[in-house]
Design a protein around this ligand. Structure first.
Ligand SMILES: NC(=O)c1ccc[n+]([C@@H]2O[C@H](COP(=O)([O-])OP(=O)(O)OC[C@H]3O[C@@H](n4cnc5c(N)ncnc54)[C@H](OP(=O)(O)O)[C@@H]3O)[C@@H](O)[C@H]2O)c1
Length: 323
């Protein structure tokens, strides 16, 4: 009897959660538009690319594995009939790979209307890349930062255009510190803290870039997709994961549901003028639930400048501050 009660409550909770998931309702057609979705071979990125393809866009699946990219491409073509789907190879563990991919896009494409920085990894270990950077920070933050900066001129020429950075709600820990950009954290659950730090830096980048792009009609926003049952947890066995795995079946969204807020920010009229905002569940997040550090203008500028130095950006790759 108790078991039945528990089961009933669980089903009820699942139903309530499902009903509360908002969906993108925009009718935006993307014929003639070019889009890039990083990490589009699987999960939330794949569902985002699929929807762009349905709407007629040219879609560039940016991923690190040619075979997986081609599989995703074939699946999207057979599901949508849109043959204007292409695979680009980028591995965010290497800044050289990011530069090569950006150069390829700049030389081949005449426009870029939507860039979704979706690719990310979690629990990548205490490793340093060949560029001398913390691996998680490079895959989730430095790589997308560099890619965005290198594609900005193309996006400005295609304006109005939109950049969407896929972030994550803050994980509360005193060890999350965006000032320590290139060090593996100490304390409990360092993998999670490393991930949270990379996502907080991505949000600070979003907000600082929005300030630097004022008046250009290129908008940039961050999105939290919600807790999604995807491949992201494939490496995960950290202290927090056991309850998470139990909750997974109950509360997690499907990747298609997780893509809805990205689509909303990429396509909707409502989000057209938003820049430097944080969205979740197809609406701007209440300030109370947004990591408070992400509003810190001085911190954003400091992290931006430290990043420019760590990436050894040339003078013409540095975007002037508005302050
Ligand atoms: N799932 C969630 O609950 C959740 C919650 C909050 C935020 N997010 C964010 O949502 C986004 C999408 O995640 P997801 O849940 O869809 O996870 P996923 O299924 O694991 O997709 C992640 C994508 O990123 C790619 N990627 C990882 N490392 C890369 C690298 N070094 N270079 C290029 N691509 C790389 C993966 O490629 P491979 O297939 O080759 O590994 C994959 O295509 C991420 O930014 C994630 O942080 C997810």
């Amino acid at each position: 009897m108790i078991l039945l009660d528990i089961l009933f409550c669980l089903v009820l909770i699942k139903l309530i959660i499902k009903v509360q998931i908002r969906r993108d309702k925009s009718a935006q057609c993307l014929i003639g538009k070019t889009t890039i979705v990083t990490g589009a071979n699987t999960g939330i990125g794949f569902c985002t690319a699929l929807e762009f393809a349905k709407r007629g866009a040219k879609v560039i699946i940016a991923c690190r594995d040619r075979v997986q990219g081609e599989n995703a491409r074939e699946n999207i073509i057979s599901a949508t009939g849109n043959k204007n789907i292409h695979v680009g190879i980028v591995d965010f563990r290497s800044l050289r790979s990011v530069r090569q991919f950006a150069n390829e896009i700049r030389s081949k494409e005449t426009r870029l209307d939507i860039l979704v920085n979706n690719a990310a990894g979690i629990k990548l270990g205490n490793k340093t890349t060949d560029d001398g950077l913390n691996l998680t920070m490079q895959v989730n933050y430095f790589g997308p930062y560099l890619l965005t900066i290198l594609l900005l001129d193309l996006m400005k020429r295609s304006a109005p255009s939109r950049i969407i950075n896929v972030a994550c709600v803050g994980i509360c820990s005193p060890h999350v510190n965006p000032r320590v950009l290139n060090e593996y954290p100490s304390g409990r659950c360092p993998e999670l803290v490393n991930y949270a730090n990379s996502k907080l830096c991505l949000m600070l980048f979003t907000n600082e870039l929005a300030r630097r792009l004022r008046g250009t009609e290129v908008t940039v926003n961050s999105v939290h997709p919600g807790a999604v049952d995807s491949d992201l947890l494939r490496n995960a066995n950290c202290c927090l994961w056991s309850p998470v795995l139990l909750l997974k079946c109950m509360c997690f969204k499907t990747p298609e549901e997780g893509s809805q807020t990205i689509l909303h920010v990429a396509l909707s009229e409502e989000a057209r003028k938003s820049s430097g905002k944080y969205f979740t569940n197809c609406q701007t997040e209440w300030r109370y639930f947004t990591p408070k550090e992400s509003f810190d203008v001085c911190l954003a500028k400091e992290v931006w400048e430290n990043t420019e130095d760590l990436l050894h950006l040339a003078d013409n790759e540095r975007i002037p501050s508005c302050l």
